[in-house]
Design a protein around this ligand. Structure first.
Ligand code: HSE
Length: 317
């Protein structure tokens, strides 16, 4: 086993993501320009110092079970490095439990931080980053866009290796995400999925998912038709009725609204930027919960990591 150099310090930025995008269950994902930012410094083994600001600051653990920390330890072990001490400073803006990839972002942050901490000794390939992140997340559709940015198509090879292809999104696509007060557990949402679906529904989703790639990359006028889905949203609707009702309202107005990831947020893909405000107004008019509108954009960079300094930084930095 090798050792991370004490004092090595990296700064990491990871985007929010929206997975599924309607028909692309566990396959399609989009990186969004909302970010968690972290600084991670290697300390002497045994030391641990965690401070979190922003979203979840009062809820996330500040011990080894913190998702970024446990991920760094896992990734370093997989890369053949001993467990170092760590100082973590996190500033979170990605909402938790809302279907915007916060856990995938924490996992990706830990993976790229680990890669950055060992970069002077070992280069880590994109395939390895994706594999480590997918192993922890369970499915690749959030971690792929979080790592690489843009629109990603993710798949798992016959031998179990996750892979992804990144595409750029057409400039004519604009985005609003509507985030409710309520949360939704991904594992609960996944438990509502049937193990088998009718063949006709599989064909329905295949056609829409293929069309959606074309709509997002070159033909935004096809967004509405291409965001139809029969594989997951209807099965989960009873667990998030307010989300279903808002999506029904938005789609009745011709807006391409879908559940973001496992919900309960709503992603609206627009081919006219003015439609974002229209969607936000429709959400505002609902009285069953408060929907916060994020008029956001596609992130094209994905996760970034840079070395800050090889000197020990101040604990208050
Ligand atoms: N594809 C995943 C799901 C995304 O819908 O369960 C949420 O992690």
């Amino acid at each position: 086993m090798s050792a991370v150099t004490p004092g090595r310090c990296v700064k990491v930025r990871v985007p929010a993501t929206s997975a599924n995008l309607g028909p692309g269950f566990d396959t399609l994902g989009l990186a969004l320009a909302e970010y968690d930012e972290l600084t991670v410094e290697a300390l002497a083994p045994g030391e641990l110092d965690i401070e979190v600001e922003g979203v979840g600051a009062d809820e996330v653990p500040t011990d080894e079970s913190h998702l970024v920390i446990s991920t760094i330890f896992y990734a370093l072990q997989q890369l053949g490095f001993d467990k170092p001490g760590l100082r973590l400073r996190a500033n979170n803006t990605i909402p938790h439990g809302r279907g915007l990839g916060s856990s995938g972002a924490a996992i990706v942050a830990g993976i790229v931080a680990a890669a950055g901490l060992v970069e002077d000794q070992q280069q880590v390939s994109d395939d390895t980053l994706l594999k480590l992140a997918t192993t922890l997340e369970g499915h690749p559709d959030n971690v792929a866009p979080c790592l690489f940015g843009g629109l990603t198509i993710a798949w798992v090879t016959a031998s179990g290796e996750p892979r992804s292809k990144k595409l750029m999104v057409d400039r004519g696509v604009s985005i609003v995400v509507l985030v409710p007060e309520e949360t939704m557990s991904t594992s609960v949402a996944r438990s509502l999925q049937p193990s088998q679906v009718p063949h006709a529904d599989a064909i329905f989703n295949l056609s829409r998912a293929a069309l959606l790639v074309a709509a997002l990359s070159q033909s935004p006028e096809l967004l509405f038709e291409s965001t139809e889905d029969r594989l997951h949203q209807s099965y989960r609707a009873a667990a998030m009725p307010k989300t279903k009702e808002l999506i029904d309202d938005l789609r009745a107005e011709g807006l391409a609204a879908v559940v973001s990831g496992a919900g309960p947020s709503v992603l609206v893909l627009c081919d006219d930027p003015a439609d974002r405000l229209r969607a936000a107004e429709i959400a505002k008019s609902r009285t069953d919960t408060t929907w916060t509108a994020y008029l956001t954009a596609v992130d094209i960079q994905g996760a970034t990591v840079e070395e800050v300094s090889k000197q020990t930084v101040s604990p208050s930095a």
